[in-house]
Write a protein that binds this ligand. Structure first.
Ligand SMILES: CCCCCCCC/C=C\CCCCCCCC(=O)NCC(=O)O
Ligand SMILES: [Zn+2]
Ligand SMILES: [Zn+2]
Length: 511
């Protein structure tokens, strides 16, 4: 007995020593994060100095460029939006350096010509369409933007994603007016049907650019809508967290149909199409997919956390291999963090009867899956089949399968990642920047042939709680965030002109 106790004590002491050693020596504490690139000697763009900037944003939000389903969107509003952009940005549309192409009738592709053809171009991208909004559920009209006393602009598209479209235009207009001539060519691309898979817009833009980029080999990088800066702090980390999406989850929608006896609502049989379907659907929320925490880029995320965290959290983040089950459990209890670690299933549409006293012969539902990098669409279909476990229920694809995309590089010398990171830090200092997986789908999935370096990042800082505003009610963005977003692109455009820097050694020199 005594020797057993001795052995247990020895193992415990050794384990604790390993955990403490790793925390103390492998992840040396780092000072507050800041950019290694000195602030450029240029003006910041200020909303108080130019009130027209906000007016232009509000005007763009008030055009209901809604996508409904694949190939179906409000075309006249899209045309109105294009005209609005042309009218709002005279310097861009009059510049000899800039050409505009209207792709597939409603998407926009701009080329801002750089002076050095040897530099590979990069691309700033977003989308002009928005999802529908149920007016009655909002506190104000979703297509009549208002700035409220809390300092927020409320309207559909403020977070997803007209803020990016307009901020890219504002930064470019500002710079062109000041006589800026880029060295590196850049594209500005705005699809018109991103919310319904981007088949008409971004897919066509990609085809055009594919022909062009042959001349340059591949693009330097592409930045699209994506993850944000989280103001919600991680335990033990006193900083905001800037998450750059280096990969995108896959996308798959499955239509599940159950059939049953038709008849009169007054004499229901024990099982009907709707009863069968609802039994099956409830299983999808009771049985979540397995956690893959640690098999994706989150491992690097926790290693970076380890360097900035205070004790005792430093001990946890430094020893991911040991604390993984606890971290996974905690993350699984928050919908946003849960989506980082596993494939997800959401039942997003259900359709059954058409008359209140008639038993319908069939009922269907859509399972909307987001596929983690560690799984495939085929695997998820198989898991669905096992969970349904009923041969009378049919399953068919209701969207093409988009497998999870490749992981873009995020090393110390990866110019696209580092240029975005340092532009972020110039505008949002004291932010810990980490690579992460983007939870949803973007138009950038069409651009994978154009570059190996695609980053999904929206430079706004928000609380995790605000994630429900994406596609939800009372979507909003603070005026302060909009100003910073414009300045982020302003910095990004300037920094992208620099030759590829050795960011790592520079960082050490200047810290
Ligand atoms: C320390 C970890 C904190 C994690 C914070 C995660 C922050 C998540 C940030 C953004 C999520 C945005 C989701 C909105 C997606 C918008 C794109 C879209 O609608 N695409 C279409 C689609 O996917 O259906
Ligand atoms: Zn979007
Ligand atoms: Zn969206």
């Amino acid at each position: 007995m005594a020797s057993l106790l001795g052995l247990v004590s020895l193992v415990t002491v050794s384990l604790v020593s390993v955990l403490v050693f790793r925390a103390a020596f492998l992840y040396k504490p780092l000072p507050a994060p800041k950019s290694c690139i000195n602030m450029h000697n240029h003006d910041n763009i200020s909303l108080s100095q130019d009130p027209q900037i906000l007016k232009r944003f509000i005007g763009a939000l008030n055009i209901p460029t809604i996508s409904y389903k694949v190939h179906t969107y409000d075309a006249p509003e899209m045309t109105k939006f294009i005209e609005y952009i042309e009218k709002s940005y005279p310097a861009i549309h009059g510049s000899p350096l800039i050409t505009r192409e209207i792709v597939a009738n409603y998407s926009l592709l701009y080329t801002v010509k750089g002076s050095d053809p040897k530099l590979r171009p990069y691309m700033l991208t977003s989308h002009i369409d928005v999802v529908p909004a149920v007016k009655e559920l909002w506190d104000s009209n979703p297509f009549k933007a208002v700035i409220k006393d809390d300092g927020y602009i409320y309207a559909r598209g403020t977070m997803d994603a007209k803020h990016l479209v307009m901020a890219i235009f504002e930064a470019t207009e500002f710079m062109i007016k000041k006589g800026f001539k880029p060295r590196r060519t850049y594209y500005m691309a705005f699809g018109h049907d991103e919310e319904v898979l981007g088949l008409d817009g971004a897919q066509e833009i990609a085809k055009i650019l594919k022909v062009r980029t042959k001349t340059y080999d591949k693009m330097e990088y592409v930045i699209d809508e994506g993850l944000v800066i989280s103001e919600t702090k991680f335990p033990g980390l006193p900083y905001n967290i800037g998450l750059i999406g280096v990969a995108e989850k896959g996308y798959l929608s499955v239509k599940v149909t159950a059939t049953g006896a038709v008849g009169h609502g007054s004499m229901p049989p024990p099982m009907t199409a709707i009863a069968k379907l609802s039994t099956v659907l409830s299983r999808f929320h009771a049985n979540v997919m397995p956690s893959f925490l640690g098999e994706g880029v989150e491992r690097e995320m926790f290693e970076i956390f380890a360097a900035y965290a205070s004790w005792p959290y430093k001990l946890i983040y430094s020893n991911f291999w040991f604390f993984k089950p606890i971290i996974s459990y905690v993350m699984s209890n928050n919908p946003t963090l849960n989506a980082l670690v596993r494939s997800t299933t959401a039942v997003t549409m259900v359709h059954g009867g058409t008359k209140e006293n008639v038993l319908p012969d069939s009922a269907w539902a859509i399972l909307n899956h987001r596929i983690h990098q560690a799984q495939s669409g085929k695997e998820l279909m198989e898991l669905d089949r096992q969970l349904i476990n009923d041969d009378t229920i049919t399953m068919e694809l209701s969207s093409p399968i988009n497998e999870p995309g490749p992981v873009s590089p995020y090393c110390d010398d990866c110019s696209g990642y580092q240029t975005i990171k340092h532009s972020l830090l110039q505008v949002f200092p004291d932010t810990v920047v980490v690579p992460s997986i983007f939870l949803a789908a973007t138009d950038s999935k069409w651009y994978t042939n154009l570059t190996d370096s695609i980053y999904r990042f929206s430079a706004i800082s928000v609380e995790l709680e605000e994630m429900k505003c994406f596609h939800g009610h009372n979507e909003r963005l603070s005026v302060k965030n909009y100003e910073k977003l414009i300045n982020f692109y302003h910095h990004l455009i300037i920094n992208s002109d620099e030759p590829i820097l050795n960011y790592k050694s520079k960082q050490h020199d200047e810290l």
